[in-house]
Design a protein around this ligand. Structure first.
Ligand SMILES: [Zn+2]
Ligand SMILES: [Zn+2]
Length: 396
């Protein structure tokens, strides 16, 4: 009888499983859970840790007798990088499971992420949208399976011993400087393939450019700077795992709305009669609706006043709860009014403000308002403009 079965359960094997059974079970589970295959990285780690313990006869013995507590007493949790263990077991040497990744210690673990910005309209961020994106990335050559040529055709470059770099010494006065550059012979690849043995499809490059169509799901309420990631869709390489394609959302400016988190701001111009006597105005929304706003008669709207319409902002990302719509109202005044209609205004509006009471010694002088002479003001400003750069030049 074993004390605990958690690790066996993780691998879905009975506690009396043989070493071969364990390995087979781990391989099956790890292939399914591998993060590069879209699996859950935490689950992958857990399963890998379970296998790491059970595949070691000494640790398995401790676990069987005393459970996880026994292992932590040993201080032997340490553990390996699950990626390392995985590629050590199944990755390297010939047919790796993921394009022959792992194994080789040199070279990058992952190819560079492909980052792509997409400009999204506020309408699409409001409603959500699925958009197709074509991208070109390198894939392992189908003809040579990423070897670059016939079996045995690939040799280590003798000039650089496969390091791909050349070091030259240069005398700099009393010092000798080391300069590193790409090997001329193999162009930095560290390998040489005879021309006649080279793969005819990829010309020895091992990879070929391939177009791929990605469906980018833009969720309702996404914001600038948020990303959609496609795991392992970046360039493939015979020596590294493919990196990710990262789509960065960029919100396009909108002509009617400004966005502040999940709230929207818009400006509306109404006429004076509507502002004073009520009426309605409409706001074209970001979907296929227009909001009809009713101003009750007797309710006065002031120029420059802000109002809010609840629940008509952007949907929140998580639960799609809407923010609010703020409306800044400006009132358009008429250019002139028929003097005959003024008595009607006088009967409807509050009376004119009386003049303040001045001291007796203050003389009242009648004057007229005129339109300011804008042309003259502009000339003044132009004079300043032409003078400014001259002064700056003299200072520099
Ligand atoms: Zn090829
Ligand atoms: Zn070389």
């Amino acid at each position: 009888m074993v004390k605990e079965t958690k690790y066996y359960d993780l691998l879905e094997v009975p506690p009396n499983a043989s070493e071969a059974d364990l390995k087979k079970a781990y391989r099956k589970k790890a292939l399914r859970l591998h993060p590069d295959k879209g699996g859950d990285p935490d689950k992958f780690k857990e399963v890998t840790h379970a296998y790491e313990i059970l595949s070691d006869p000494e640790k398995r013995d401790i676990y069987d007798h005393r459970g996880e507590a026994g292992l932590s007493e040993q201080g032997g949790m340490g553990g390996m990088d699950p990626q390392d263990l995985f590629s050590q077991l199944f990755g390297g040497g010939g047919g790796g499971f993921f394009g022959g990744g792992g194994g080789r210690a040199a070279g990058p673990r992952k190819t560079k992420d492909l980052v792509h910005r997409v400009n999204v309209s506020l309408e699409d961020l409001y409603r959500g949208k699925t958009t197709k994106l074509a991208l070109t990335r390198n894939v392992i050559c189908s003809k040579c399976k990423g070897k670059g040529g016939k079996d045995g055709a690939v040799r280590t470059c003798p000039t650089c011993n496969g390091r791909g770099i050349k070091i030259t010494m240069r005398q700099m006065g009393p010092m000798i400087q080391q300069i590193q550059s790409a090997c001329d012979e193999c162009h930095g690849s560290g390998e040489i393939i005879n021309l006649k043995d080279r793969c005819t499809q990829c010309k020895g490059k091992k990879v070929m450019p391939e177009k791929k169509l990605l469906e980018v799901h833009i969720d309702k309420g996404m914001k600038s700077g948020q990303t959609v990631t496609f795991r392992g869709e970046s360039d493939q390489s015979p020596t590294a795992e493919p990196g990710d394609v990262v789509i960065v959302i960029e919100e396009k400016p909108h002509e009617r709305f400004k966005r502040h988190e999940n709230d929207l701001l818009t400006e509306v111009e109404i006429d004076l009669l509507t502002a004073l006597a009520g009426g309605q105005f409409a706001i074209r929304h970001l979907d296929d609706r227009a909001l009809l706003v009713q101003l009750e008669p007797g309710e006065v709207v002031r120029h420059g006043e802000s109002k809010v319409i609840r629940g008509q902002g952007m949907p929140s990302l998580r639960h799609h709860e809407p923010g609010d719509l703020y409306v800044k109202i400006s009132v358009r005044f008429p250019d002139a009014i028929d003097p005959d209609a003024i008595p009607l205004l006088e009967s409807a509006l509050p009376p004119r403000n009386p003049l303040p009471a001045f001291d007796k010694n203050i003389q009242l002088e009648e004057v007229h308002l005129e339109e300011p002479d804008t042309r003259h003001m502009q000339e003044d400003r132009m004079d300043e403009d032409t003078e400014e750069p001259r002064v700056q030049c003299a200072n520099q």
